[in-house]
Design a protein around this ligand. Structure first.
Ligand SMILES: [Zn+2]
Length: 305
């Protein structure tokens, strides 16, 4: 009986800590919170992605906004334990809920919100609001306090922010993980914030309707040419450049095999079956993302021919 009680307490505590927004120092003046690996749920409160913050002489620059204003609020409170300085800029790496939906907190605190021009178009078209309503249906309570906030500054090509002693080179990319991906590079520190473009020991999500596996490969090739010491993604612990190769290998594996099987006249179901035993099934998010990726790449290849 006592053992069961202890086990129960352990489980409850594990859940409580899993969704605790706890600040980690990556290196001098650079902090992160690390979300759990999974889809949004009441247990994890939507805390399944990372956010980052860089301390400059003029205040904080944050990268990504987590899933809800509640979570980003907890993130800011953690940052203010380090230094109570204004949030100067909030850079959103792409339009997915776990990167954008918490941005209201930063905006209310006076931050300039920066995002890809396509995120602004998504907002203005009304599609973003429809996606939020659909998310509220699917994930219930998790999104209840989410209010969409558009960017104050949009990037279409390149834009450099100089804040205090730090420099942030922002590049807006063509469609890859979504059509609103940004990379943020700090040249002096050789640190790159890559959103969901790079993953390690995890399956990338390529199922967004605006995703492009071909574009993703191009972006990964571009990232390989940049002098990057630390790769900071939307879902992993800090990575190095070998993560780019990991992501690239999965995308290439999918594209090459699906292409080969399509040329043999195989249907999507037959392709799924033929590629069932693969070395990727052991990685995080495989069961959530792999089939959607197969379907997307299959459709894309039809259009490429
Ligand atoms: Zn994403």
């Amino acid at each position: 009986m006592r053992a069961i009680k202890l086990l129960l307490i352990t489980f409850v505590l594990a859940f409580a800590f899993a969704s605790e927004v706890k600040l980690k120092r990556v290196e001098r003046g650079l902090y992160m919170v690390r979300g759990v690996d999974g889809l949004p749920s009441l247990e994890n409160r939507g805390f399944m992605s990372n956010a980052y913050a860089v301390l400059t002489r003029e205040g904080w620059v944050v990268i990504d906004a987590l899933t809800t204003p509640e979570l980003s609020g907890e993130f800011v409170r953690e940052l203010w334990k380090v230094k109570r300085a204004p949030i100067r800029y909030a850079i959103i790496t792409h339009y997915h809920p776990d990167h954008w939906y918490g941005v209201k907190t930063y905006k209310d605190l006076g931050a300039t919100v920066v995002a890809h021009k396509k995120l602004m178009e998504f907002y203005q078209s009304g599609d973003a609001q429809m996606a939020l309503e659909a998310g509220k249906q699917r994930f219930g309570e998790v999104y209840k306090d989410v209010v969409l906030v558009p960017p104050d500054l949009t990037v279409e090509d390149k834009h450099t922010l100089r804040v205090g002693d730090r420099s942030f080179e922002i590049t807006a990319l063509p469609p890859a993980h979504t059509n609103s991906d940004l990379i943020v590079y700090m040249p002096k520190e050789k640190v790159a914030f890559v959103g969901d473009l790079v993953v390690y020991n995890r399956i990338p999500f390529m199922g967004d309707r605006n995703a492009s596996s071909k574009g993703l490969l191009e972006v990964l090739k571009l990232l390989k040419t940049i002098d990057i010491r630390v790769v900071l993604g939307g879902h992993n612990d800090p990575m190095d450049k070998k993560a780019i190769d990991f992501t690239m290998a999965y995308v290439q594996y999918l594209r090459e095999n699906i292409k080969r099987l399509k040329e043999q006249g195989k249907s999507l179901d037959e392709i799924k079956e033929a590629l069932k035993d693969n070395s990727y099934s052991k990685y995080v998010m495989y069961h959530a993302f792999h089939n959607a990726n197969l379907f997307k790449v299959d459709t894309e290849l039809d259009l490429e021919e």
